[in-house]
Design a protein around this ligand. Structure first.
Ligand code: FES
Ligand code: MG
Length: 574
């Protein structure tokens, strides 16, 4: 409150008439700030993941100016600051290794600085969960401004979906259909505007998740980065965050258990990424909402697929926006959602979306005419994944959802690359490809490699899909009958580490089972002979990560980051 009842947090820095008050104000005077900036106006952090190394967020430096306008109009004081930015297409070995590090940056930047609230500016995959995780561990009023997708890629009369096209590029290069010039042209045509991936990959999934949780202004998720309405949304978000300070509207009041259940339902209806599972679990762990892997199956697996976007469907985010966007999905889902939950605009979900109109039912289907009747994530159990594994049935081959076949085991990605295209490799379309050592601790960082390419000799025979099982992730833009996130991972001694070539594996998605058909005595014998792999890091953040990362069924957060430290910092710097 700023009406005298409750002092603003920022006044602990700027309100003092003592030496420390002087220090906190004086150096900021070099920005030319007038007195009233320090006199009790809410100070709003703009936590920006802009970076030239994160192309999907390359426009957020400019977009922050629109947020600032809104903050100033509403009487606040904007203070923009950078945090670690995670660029999916460039960073090695995988951005997932750094999601938790970025969240620590966010958390401690918020705690240490004179902020009353924060606008989280995100875009590329991991930038959204890392910001939300950090903000949840502090608890100041917060909202998300998502940067928006790129315009549809246009290439030689057809359309290119970011990510989904990657899987076709390899085939075109292999077959000689693409020259170096063709490749360059496809690159230019695929990414022709600012923004993140234009498919329902992980970035769009995260934007949808933020809106479904109630953490954005309604309509935010689907607006393309290049559309002027994204700027408008940024400005309105700036105005709104100032009001949220006066209202004391914190994330804990919005991100309730019901909001998390809504996010699971919405993710299924839009055909969202499997990465959603890891990020939502980690966010829930920070805000203190109990959420289990099984909740994704219980609340999501029977939800119909309403949105026809790649990789589950055909179209792209720009089409989704013109069709009415996420608002239509939120309306269509009706009683499948908790409709009286509070969102950051101070209204309920039902208030926000009740009047939505669909302008293209080829892109967004009505609830009674879905693209698929049950689209959400299936959670598997069995002796091969005692703490669970996941599969996205909507991206799989229906005939493979019940399958029994002999394992062909690869102990690492290096082993896979060395042998997969060996003409003598004993592998058939019925084989089950088992990939070890790509979990959180083992790789480390749980890369998006679970949807490994099939052996070339089988592809040439016309094989299009095979069962693949790993402790890794897959890109939100990928597809196939791919079992992911096996927990415990092989490097942690899970049964995945004990699989040998020729072992029969049974996948039964309708029964939610993943079983290694090897008797217990033999498995015990193998376990006794098993030794954990040598640690991949001896120092630095990666060692901290390997020593503390939790398994996939808990969201792969660091154990010491679960929960919240709040926003109160007791001691001063002098
Ligand atoms: Fe950044 Fe896809 S690579 S969103
Ligand atoms: Mg990705």
């Amino acid at each position: 409150m700023t009406d005298g009842k409750k002092k603003l947090r920022s006044q602990d820095w700027f309100g003092g008439r003592d030496k420390m008050g002087f220090v906190h104000r004086a150096w900021l005077r070099n920005q030319g700030y007038p007195n009233d900036y320090f006199g009790g106006r809410p100070v709003i952090g703009i936590c920006n993941t802009w970076s030239e190394l994160t192309p999907c967020n390359g426009h957020l430096r400019d977009l922050a100016e629109n947020v600032k306008r809104g903050i100033l109009e509403a009487g606040g004081v904007p203070m923009e600051f950078p945090v670690m930015s995670l660029g999916e297409t460039i960073m090695k070995p995988t951005t997932m290794l750094f999601r938790n590090l970025a969240s620590m940056d966010v958390e401690e930047s918020l705690r240490a600085n004179p902020l009353d609230a924060v606008v989280l500016m995100a875009g590329c995959d991991k930038t959204t969960p890392s910001l939300l995780m950090g903000a949840c561990s502090v608890g100041l009023p917060a909202l998300v401004v998502s940067g928006g997708p790129m315009l549809n890629g246009k290439f030689r009369g057809g359309e290119i979906g970011s990510g989904t096209f990657n899987w076709q590029v390899k085939a075109k290069i292999d077959s000689g259909e693409f020259t170096a010039d063709d490749l360059t042209e496809a690159e230019v045509c695929g990414a022709r505007s600012a923004g993140h991936c234009n498919t329902m990959g992980t970035a769009s999934t995260m934007a949808v998740m933020s809106e479904a949780l109630g953490m954005t202004l309604p309509g935010m998720a689907s607006i393309p980065a290049a559309d002027s309405r994204k700027k408008l949304m940024a400005q309105l978000s700036g105005r709104r965050i100032v009001e949220m300070v006066h209202e004391g509207l914190t994330p804990a009041k919005v991100m309730t258990r019901q909001a998390f259940e809504n996010a699971i339902v919405v993710n299924a209806a839009v055909g969202g990424s499997t990465n959603f599972i890891l990020h939502l679990l980690a966010i829930a762990g920070r805000i203190g909402v109990p959420l289990a892997l099984e909740d994704f199956d219980r609340h999501g697996s029977q939800v119909p697929l309403l949105v026809n976007l790649k990789p589950s469907g055909q179209r792209l985010m720009e089409d989704f926006f013109y069709a009415g966007g996420l608002a239509v999905v939120m309306k269509e889902l009706g009683g499948l959602l908790h409709r009286d939950v509070l969102t950051i605009n101070g209204k309920t979900l039902d208030d926000n979306y009740r009047a939505a109109t669909c302008y293209d039912t080829t892109v967004i289907r009505p609830l009674d005419q879905p693209l698929q009747p049950a689209a959400g994530i299936a959670v598997l159990h069995g002796n091969l994944c005692e703490q669970g594994a996941v599969i996205k049935p909507s991206a799989a081959t229906p005939a493979l959802l019940k399958h029994r076949g002999p394992a062909v085991v690869f102990s690492s990605m290096e082993d896979y690359h060395a042998r997969i295209d060996d003409p003598d490799l004993p592998i058939t379309a019925d084989s089950v490809i088992v990939l070890q050592g790509v979990g959180p601790r083992g790789y480390p960082g749980m890369p998006e490699v679970g949807n490994v390419d099939l052996p070339r000799k089988l592809v040439e025979q016309g094989v299009q899909d095979m069962v693949r099982i790993s402790d890794g992730r897959m890109s939100g833009t990928a597809y196939g009958t791919v079992v992911l996130h096996v927990a415990p991972e092989s490097a942690a001694g899970g049964a995945l580490a004990l699989v040998q070539d020729g072992d029969l594996i049974e996948l039964d998605v309708p029964a939610r089972r993943l079983q290694l058909l090897v008797d217990d005595a033999e498995l015990s014998r193998r376990r006794a002979a098993w030794a954990p792999p040598a640690p991949r890091a001896s120092r630095g953040y990666v060692k901290l990560y390997v020593d503390h990362v939790q398994q996939a069924h808990l969201g792969a957060d660091l154990d010491l980051l679960v929960g919240s430290s709040g926003s109160i910092v007791e001691r001063d710097s002098h």
